[in-house]
Design a protein around this ligand. Structure first.
Ligand code: 5GP
Length: 123
C-alpha cells in the first residue's frame, strides 16, 4: 500500500495538528492517544513515512529501527509502567484492524490488560 501523507499522524509530524507529546528522539515520536483505552495509552511512531510493519521492516534504516525500539523503552519508563508491565501492540492492515495508515505501536498500561486476544473459535 502506498503511503498517504494526509493521514492524521503525518499531520501531527508536520505540526499541522497538535499532540500531547510524551517523548521524542531523532527518528521517533511518542504522544498520548486521543481516546485512551487504559490509564496509560501512548502511541509511538517513526518520524519517517511508513505505512506499517511490512513497510518499515523492509525500508527503514537500522538507525530508525533502533530509535523506534528505544522510544518504546523510554516511554515505558517515563509513564511508570516499566516495572508494573504494559501491553505493546501494532495493528497491521485489514485483519489487524489498523485505522491510521502510519506505523504505530500502542503502549497500554496502568491497569491489567487481561487475556491477549479472543481465540478464533470465539469470534
Ligand atoms: P489503530 O486502530 O490504527 O491501531 O489505532 C489508531 C489510534 O490512533 C487509535 O487508538 C486512535 O484513538 C488514535 N488517534 C486517532 N486520531 C488521533 C489524533 O488525532 N490524535 C491522537 N493523539 N490519537 C489519535
Amino acid at each position: 500500500m502506498a503511503y498517504d501523507d494526509q493521514n492524521i499522524f503525518a499531520k501531527i509530524l508536520r505540526g499541522e495538528i497538535p499532540c500531547d507529546m510524551v517523548y521524542e528522539n531523532e527518528h521517533a515520536l511518542a504522544f498520548n492517544d486521543i481516546n485512551p483505552g487504559r490509564p496509560v495509552h501512548v502511541l509511538v511512531i517513526p518520524k519517517g513515512a511508513y505505512v506499517d510493519m511490512n513497510d518499515f521492516s523492509v525500508e527503514a534504516s537500522a538507525a530508525e529501527m533502533v530509535d523506534l525500539m528505544k522510544a518504546i523503552g523510554e516511554v515505558a519508563k517515563i509513564c511508570g509502567v516499566d516495572q508494573s508491565g504494559f501491553r505493546l501492540m501494532s495493528n497491521t492492515g485489514a485483519d489487524g484492524h489498523q485505522e491510521v495508515m502510519h506505523l504505530h505501536f500502542h503502549i497500554f498500561g496502568g491497569a491489567p490488560s487481561g487475556p491477549m486476544i479472543k481465540r478464533i473459535e470465539k469470534l
